[in-house]
Ligand binder design. Structure first.
Ligand code: ZN
Length: 119
């Protein structure tokens, strides 16, 4: 008997698979692979900005095949960041890294101590 996935994971997986197949993508992720990616730290911020604790699974490299080599985890914060920009994967990573550094320095300086929580 396979690992019993949380129901919401199964639901998301089924929905994603159905949507992609209706658009003629090649969806080759098994639910185990999907779960592993979903459960991994965000590939941009390593969960620095991940408030939800889980990531979306999305296609990283171009093309129409979804498998372990072409898909990766991304948190909500970084996803919005990336979707609203014309940046490449590498540029997004660099900007997120810079943002993390800036935020860390701000916290060190205590400048945000009384402000709203960060992110
Ligand atoms: Zn992130």
């Amino acid at each position: 008997m396979a690992f019993n996935f949380p129901r919401r994971v199964r639901k998301r997986y089924d929905r994603l698979k159905a949507t992609l197949e209706s658009k003629f993508y090649h969806f080759k992720l098994s639910i185990d692979e999907y779960f592993r990616i979903w459960n991994s730290p965000c590939r941009f911020c390593e969960d620095e900005f991940n408030q939800k604790g889980n990531c979306s699974v999305e296609l990283v490299s171009g093309g129409r095949t979804w498998d372990v080599d072409t898909c990766g985890p991304v948190c909500n914060f970084c996803k919005q960041f990336k979707n609203n920009s014309q940046l490449t994967e590498e540029e997004t990573k660099k900007l997120i890294d810079t943002l993390i550094e800036v935020r860390r320095n701000e916290r060190k300086d205590g400048r945000r101590r009384s402000g709203r929580s960060w992110v």
